[in-house]
Design a protein around this ligand. Structure first.
Ligand SMILES: [Fe+2]
Length: 299
């Protein structure tokens, strides 16, 4: 791939650079195991700006491309392209192994694989005594990142998600980059409600396209609502960490976002350098997968 194309599609050395940035922006609150303040109303826009100025150039470029390209029409096109789920048929474990073939610029000697990270997340949830569906959600929540292996650019797989078709909250990181997005010149998309109705429910709202929505669509027939909310909205930081877009939510969304918030610390803060013992853990996870999923799913 010519270098300019590579940079345009993959400014990040690896996807973890985005997650590392999230950890800087939303640091873990010291009190308690994985305690954090879900929404801090006192955090000023200026404080977030600091994270922007100290962000690595690769992260900044990643967000620039994300905010530039994620238009309402782009989201619709990606939904048409991927949500017929006609690419592959795979079991959950096959999808985990497929995701594990995602090799990026990280050092293979020191860095853990995608599957190692997912097992760490699931194991932490298990150690904290949460229900089986919660553990399973930890294991699979990032499986949608296989979009990268279908050739999708990083900015169309990961990144904090945000609604398209209505105004961009000024709490969205790198908000200034939205000025390059063609939708910012569409008046019908730039009012508070845009194309939506007050409290229409998030199921009726289109978020920027990425691994969350894709995996939600793959798994939506098999998991409890709480798990599906965690999968579908775990990157919707403007809502679950900054409290934005409440006016698009209905009562069910508000109730379910407590689960999204309880999942977030496991997503962000459980990564360690200790490699999980795959051989020992495999039987437990095989049983867990079998409890909820059919042998093969459409991807
Ligand atoms: Fe994720």
């Amino acid at each position: 791939m010519p270098n300019d194309t590579k940079t345009a599609n993959a400014p990040l050395g690896n996807l973890e650079e985005w997650e590392d940035f999230l950890k800087e922006r939303y640091p873990e609150n010291g009190s308690g195991d994985h305690a954090f303040q879900a929404i801090d109303p006192n955090k000023k826009k200026e404080e977030f700006r600091n994270y922007e100025t100290t962000a690595r150039p690769s992260v900044r470029e990643f967000y620039r491309l994300n905010h530039l390209h994620q238009t309402f029409d782009f989201v619709q096109a990606k939904r048409r392209e991927f949500l017929s789920l006609k690419r592959r048929e795979m079991s959950i474990w096959e999808a985990l192994e497929f995701l594990n073939t995602l090799v990026d610029d990280s050092d293979p000697d020191t860095d853990l694989s995608q599957l190692d990270h997912l097992l760490q997340t699931a194991e932490q949830i298990r150690q904290d005594g949460h229900p089986r569906w919660f553990i399973l959600t930890g294991l699979i929540h990032d499986l949608g990142k296989i979009l990268c292996l279908f050739g999708e650019p990083q900015w169309a797989v990961v990144g904090d998600t945000f609604p398209v078709g209505c105004v961009y909250s000024d709490r969205i990181v790198f908000h200034d980059y939205f000025s390059e997005n063609p939708d910012s010149r569409e008046p019908r998309y730039q009012t508070k409600l845009g194309i939506y109705r007050e409290q229409c429910g998030l199921d009726n709202v289109f978020l920027s396209w990425g691994h969350d929505e894709y995996l939600y669509q793959v798994t939506k027939d098999y998991l409890p609502s709480e798990a599906l909310y965690m999968i579908r909205y775990h990157s919707f930081y403007p809502a679950h960490r900054d409290g934005e877009y409440d006016y698009l939510m209905n009562d069910q969304d508000r109730a379910m976002f407590k689960w999204v918030q309880s999942f977030n610390p496991y997503d962000l803060y459980t990564k360690s350098h200790e490699r999980p013992n795959m051989k020992e853990l495999r039987p437990f996870y095989d049983d867990l997968i079998k409890e909820f999923f059919p042998p093969v799913l459409k991807w």
